[in-house]
Design a protein around this ligand. Structure first.
Ligand code: UDP
Length: 445
């Protein structure tokens, strides 16, 4: 035990987009004087050697042999919550015999934490890894369902959701045309609950997410700490579950400023063979150098997406671009050669792009990505919306973003947002101040 430090236990949900901000929060709290324990599943367990200051508690998730692919996630979450609870409780009971534990900070999907913490009379705090705007859209979803406004016919999905600018019905977290299946409804109710949490930490920026934060604050009357973007607040630390291809930074060094389009659909989204081909040819025909992350699981039903790229496209890659399994994305988005980001609009990717001052082509797939994409294209106006992944639209969107007056306008606004975010994380900025209050709050528990 580190002398004189109170301990904070962190429980992340083990997908990349959730694990990363929790690790960053841990590094930040460690720097502010707390001892950190990370209780983690064996599935997607972090590389513990990267975090010598953390203590680790492996939880028995019993997920060996379970299908952990995206379509089975609800079942995986249920199994994880049931299976991890006993070992978490056992570890915590032991820890409390010798340690002064201030609180447990957990990802909202790891609901077993609340059960154990309540039993052991330990305070908990939630870490929300998405934008408040996305969480708020759930409240509206439930309201519309209760008032029989949903489900609605396909012909109405493009209509704006009343009082929820800039969202259309099709941007809501679930399909607006279908009755919510009961397991999904149960999951969303749990997802929208803060249970017995003493506070909520947000990986967002107050000025970007103000109105939704205010709406949620009325619903959840506990302190909110808005301390994002965590990757800018925390000391730099490796967080990737996959090995990063460092060569792409050398490759970028040889490209002129703002010339490269970076393409990545994050860690979970998948596409089909046709979309893979259309993306490939859209990139090829755009006449801009590209850096494309084709992670092995990107293609539905395959474990080697690069292998499935069209042969004639693969032949021309060396002259025109670079294709990698996994990139050091935060560094890529801060590289001066990168002029645009073709993204699925996950919240981490969105924040990382805004911090790099990089405008985006938005191709959302599911969950919060549609909400993020609408904010990027219609509120912050730093993104082009890609309606469908066909060669012509991909090529057109890249040309617009990288070479038109409209694209230049987006880049200028993105640069202004980068500066605004730098002010938030700098001395006296909203995220720095909120962190200061969080540290005092945790110490007071
Ligand atoms: N990422 C990365 N290298 C890649 C692709 C993604 O490091 O080649 C990281 C990215 O920087 C981000 C995370 O993976 O922090 C993806 O999180 P996000 O919320 O954007 O999307 P998700 O993967 O949850 O859909």
């Amino acid at each position: 035990m580190e002398q004189g430090r109170r301990r904070v236990v962190l429980v992340p949900y083990p997908l990349q987009g959730h694990l990363t901000p929790m690790l960053q929060l841990g590094a930040l709290l460690h720097r502010r004087g707390f001892s950190i324990t990370l209780a983690h599943t064996r599935f997607n367990s972090p590389n513990t050697s990267h975090y010598p200051h953390f203590h680790f508690l492996p939880l028995s998730d019993n997920l060996d042999g379970v299908d952990t692919s995206f379509h089975n996630l609800l079942n995986v979450m249920a199994a994880m919550n049931a299976n991890c609870q006993p070992s978490f409780q056992e570890h915590m009971v032991q820890m409390l015999e010798t340690e002064d534990v201030a609180c447990v900070i957990y990802d909202n999907i790891m609901t077993f934490v609340d059960v154990v913490a309540t039993r052991l009379k330990l305070p908990t705090i939630l870490l929300r890894t998405t934008a408040a705007a996305y969480m708020h859209s759930h409240l509206v979803l439930f309201h519309l369902t209760a008032h029989k406004r949903l489900p609605l016919p396909e012909s109405e999905v493009e209509l704006p959701v009343p009082n929820l600018h800039p969202l259309r019905f099709k941007d809501l977290p679930v399909q607006a045309t279908q009755k919510l299946p009961e397991p999904v409804r149960q999951f969303l109710l749990s997802y929208m609950s803060i249970r017995s949490s003493a506070a909520v930490i947000w990986n967002t920026i107050e000025t970007l997410d103000q109105w939704p934060l205010q709406q949620l604050q009325q619903q959840w009357p506990v302190p909110f700490f808005t301390i994002g973007p965590l990757h800018k607040m925390a000391p730099p630390l490796p967080t990737s579950l996959m090995e990063e291809d460092a060569f792409c930074l050398l490759w970028l060094n040889k490209r002129p400023p703002n010339s490269v389009i970076y393409v990545s659909l994050g860690s979970v989204a998948t596409i089909n063979q046709e979309e893979l081909r259309e993306m490939a040819w859209g990139l090829a025909k755009s006449d801009h150098p590209f850096l494309w992350v084709v992670r092995p699981s990107l293609l539905n039903g395959s474990s080697d997406a690069i292998e499935s790229l069209p042969a004639d496209f693969k032949d021309m890659i060396p002259e025109r671009g670079l294709v990698v399994d996994w990139a050091p994305q935060r560094k890529v988005l801060e590289h001066p050669a990168v002029g645009g980001f073709f993204s699925h609009c996950g919240w981490n990717s969105t924040l990382e792009s805004l911090c790099g001052g990089v405008p985006m082509i938005c191709r959302p797939c599911f969950a919060d990505q549609m909400v993020n994409a609408r904010y990027l294209t219609h509120v912050w106006k730093v993104g082009v919306e890609l309606e469908s992944v066909v060669e012509k639209s991909v090529e057109g969107a890249i040309r617009t973003l990288m070479g038109s007056d409209c694209g230049r306008g987006m880049r200028e606004r993105a640069m202004r947002m980068k500066l605004e975010i730098e002010r938030s994380v700098g001395r006296g900025g909203s995220s720095s101040e909120s962190l200061h209050h969080l540290v005092k709050f945790v110490a007071s528990l």
